[in-house]
Design a binder for this molecule. Sequence first.
Ligand code: ADP
Ligand code: MG
Length: 568
Amino acid sequence: MSAVHEMLFLFLLALTPAILFPLLYERADLLIQQEQNVRKRLSYHVVLAVTCAISMIFSSIFTTKLYGIIPLTYGMVPLFAAMLYEKTVYSLLLAALQLVLYIINEDFRNLSDFLLVTGLLIFPLVLLSKKKFLVMSRRGKSGILALFLLVGSMLSTASPFFLHNESLNNNFSLIFLAYSNTFLMILAGLILIHIIEETLDKRKFQYQLEAVSRKYYREEEKMQQMMDATPLSVALLDRQGSITMLNKTFLKLFREIQPDAVREDLLGHHLLPVLTSLQIHMEQLDPELLRVFEQRSIVSELVQIQDTMLFTSISPIIKGHSDEVIGAVVVVQDITELETLRLELNNVDRLSLVGQMAAGITHEIRNPIAVVRGFLQLMREKSPDSLDHYYRIVLEELDRANSIINDFLSLAQNRPVRKEATSLGDIIHELTPLLWADANLRGQSIEVKLDEHIPKLELNAKEIKQLILNLCRNGMEAMEDKGQLTLETRKVAAGVELLVSDTGPGIPLNKRENLFQPFFTTKAKGTGLGLALCKSIVERHNGKVSVDSEVGVGTTFSILFPYPPQAS
Ligand code: ADP
Ligand code: MG
């Protein structure tokens, strides 16, 4: 019976790698990953070699012979398994260990014994089949190891009978034990293969899982950053309507109410109270949320909160290839600016319509005025001189009305004009007598500084005259006696510049931006159409008008007429 005990004990020793290997391999792998903080796969080679070596050493120490005849060579089990799984270096080292252990622990009787009992004879076969072994299925691997163990065990079992002329003497229990021994060795080998494969598979699976989860987190990060980059407020909802994800813009929206809110304050909360706190009251949102989830329809609504206009929409998220709604995405877009723009556009449309109508009406008024003026003139000649004063006032007012109508018409009929190559200097020369007379009446002086080398420009002379007259008249009206008006032309890089400067009171900054708007005037009898007209004239000549003014010093209006493209 003690022989059976010995066999079972050695069987268990041969199986130590089955316990040690999974244990140590996992520990070592985790340790390395924690310490070095690197995602590197630990190769199993060292751990397997060490655990097999331990098993071989113990098997060798405790090895005995059945009935003192048949050697029990359980060391072959971890040895062959390791040789098949290991790199060649480790395989050779373990093979050498096997031989050394034999020499140390068993009396080295002769070479043949050494060859058969250590399994040295089949080492080359084991080494050669390693490459094929590693790519085999688990069943194939089991088969190969079982085969080698069968051969190894049979050779060592048979060795005493070959070499020392021992005989069985019909000792049936010995035969039975010898067979059992071979069977146990093979069984140990199969168990070992099973455990090693399981351990490696498990590790591989864990690595795959880690890789997949890393990828998942990376994708989630990307998705969050993508959402954060959009200018829309976006939030994702789960099936219950709770917020599972939100972007920065959404958080910003919420921070207008709770300035120190963080993402976590919103995550996991139901959408409805969040929207309510944002004062976004989507009518019957509760049933609508249901609609999103049950009928898979997109719900959208314009919501006005004081001056802000929000476009809110909730769309379902549907699980791929099915009809199941797994959540929803909420988008809140601030469309205040768009909305004001739209309203302004409407306004502009209306204004231009009004303008066109006004232009038509004004045209019709001009004719009766002309008739009235003619008859007034006649009546004035036939009336006594004492009434002359009244006639003058009436005629002046009529002329004023007429000039307003003219300016307004020019402004309203913003149509292209005929331009021809004209010298700006010539136009100014023609105007100077008129300007001198005007200035003289007011006790002011005029200086004209013309650059003689200015090329001819594509101008509409009539309009440019009107432009210059308007600017000069404004300058003169702004100045007191002794003021000086300067008219200047000069060449600059981009074109020709016309400057009209005065020494008047200047224009404060807050008024400057309204200067060119129609009907902006600070004068009791002003029309506010002069500069608006100037601007439209300059624009028709593709030019630019700008104002430079210092309060208390004076004002300069500059107009840039750019060179036509081919001349520049
Ligand atoms: P109006 O002359 O009928 O008032 P304009 O469009 O010509 O209309 O001018 C608009 C306003 O711009 C004027 O009322 C005046 O306040 C201001 N302005 C124009 N030119 C000057 C200037 N050279 N100096 C000071 N203010 C000026
Ligand atoms: Mg004016």
